[in-house]
Design a protein around this ligand. Structure first.
Ligand SMILES: C[S@@+](CC[C@H](N)C(=O)[O-])C[C@H]1O[C@@H](n2cnc3c(N)ncnc32)[C@H](O)[C@@H]1O
Length: 373
């Protein structure tokens, strides 16, 4: 039986028990639980795990949304992406130069997340922040952004299909964003730029640091999945809690033996990829499971099972995001094509190069600034 079917079986099993308990005890909690599980069932029945921006609730879009809900505690993309000094420096130089020449530009930031580009702009502009619209497919990201920057207009939309008038902005920006909607979305973004306006982008680089780190993280969580760490852990705890209540001790010993190689696999993953791999997820799960195991009687069996099932979904979603970041990254040939397409659309290329500290360094991104004639 593979990992997904073990997990799905456990989810279904867990579902029936919880359903009975919640209906009896707590109706509002039951209603919330129904909504939550409807999402899980939808995810389980959707075998196309790849990004499909046209289907509003694709697993990947849900996964970004879930990420932004917990954005301050978990890692979306490693390597300090948006807070890397080169990235901050790029925006600082760009916005200061805009500030020097334009009084009130209208700016739109595409795939804004919770406002990394707005944050850079607010540090660079000397007066008040210019008029900003931020667009992202994640509702949670936009809600967070509007809380951080009440003056900014937030918009939940797909970058490949933006419901705004052509030529309505002086500047369109995007930091590790528009490429998630596919390179054709760039055409949609250029449509928004007014004549004389500019496009300023940082795009994932296929030979870049972020691309490599995402690959390493993806590999680590895939190794964790093939070791069947979570399903074996669920089986071990289930047998352990049953044994504590006078059940079959032999079943617990067998589950423990089956779990031991999965623990070894986690250690091997950390030795191979480093303890911080996958934003520290492997280490955290490894430590938490060991702690719970050593103090099992202090825990509620259903709480541990729920925690592990949620964890399983989070790890799958994380793997999906890592894979999508790698898919979104572009190579030299694609970047050259992007520049050629811009020229075709009447843009003048002002800057187009890998963003690096020095020529020998691996790039963090592609930097692109272009002006519409
Ligand atoms: C790597 S994050 C970057 C966020 C932000 N620009 C930053 O640098 O912090 C990618 C963002 O793209 C958004 N996204 C993914 N697909 C999208 C799409 N089709 N349309 C609009 N936004 C999208 C995600 O919700 C996420 O916020």
């Amino acid at each position: 039986m593979n990992l997904r079917s073990v997990t799905n079986y456990s989810i279904a099993n867990n579902t029936v028990t919880k359903l009975a308990r919640l209906v009896q005890e707590d109706y509002p909690k039951f209603a919330k639980w129904i909504c939550y599980n409807a999402c899980i069932i939808k995810r389980m029945t959707n075998d196309n795990n790849k990004m499909n921006a046209e289907s509003e609730n694709s697993p990947l879009i849900e996964s970004w949304d879930t990420y932004w809900q917990g954005a301050l505690t978990s890692g979306a993309y490693t390597g300090g992406g948006s807070s890397h000094p080169l990235v901050l420096g790029f925006w600082d130089d760009y916005f200061r130069q805009v500030d020097d020449r334009e009084s009130k530009p209208k700016i739109i930031d595409i795939a804004s997340g919770n406002g990394a580009v707005v944050e850079s702009a607010s540090n660079a502009f000397t007066g008040s922040l210019p008029e900003f619209t931020c667009l992202d497919v994640s509702d949670s990201a936009i809600r967070m952004l509007e809380k951080r920057y009440p003056g900014v207009h937030g918009m939940v939309a797909d970058a490949a299909n933006i419901p705004l008038d052509s030529a309505s902005y002086n500047i369109a920006t995007s930091q590790f964003g528009v490429e998630y909607a596919g390179l054709d979305a760039l055409g949609e973004v250029t449509r928004l730029v007014a004549p004389g306006g500019e496009l300023a982008l940082l795009v994932h680089h296929r030979d870049g640091i972020i691309f490599e780190e995402c690959g390493e993280s993806l590999e680590a969580v895939q190794e964790m999945e093939s070791a069947e760490f979570i399903p074996k852990c669920i089986a071990m705890f289930e047998a352990g809690f049953a044994a504590m209540q006078g059940g079959d001790g032999e079943r617990y010993r067998t589950a423990g033996k089956a779990f031991a190689p999965a623990i070894k696999a986690m250690e091997a993953i950390m030795m191979k990829h480093g303890r911080d791999v996958a934003a520290g997820t492997v280490l955290k799960v490894y430590r938490d499971v060991r702690t719970i195991h050593s103090r099992m009687r202090h825990y509620e069996p259903s709480a541990i099972q729920d925690w592990l099932l949620n964890l399983q979904q989070e790890i799958e979603a994380y793997a999906g995001r890592m894979a999508s970041m790698r898919d979104a990254a572009i190579d030299v040939a694609q970047f050259t094509q992007v520049c050629a397409d811009l020229i075709e659309k009447d843009f003048e290329i002002l800057r187009a190069e890998p963003l690096t500290g020095s020529e020998q360094d691996q790039p963090i991104a592609w930097a692109l600034i272009a002006k519409k004639k």
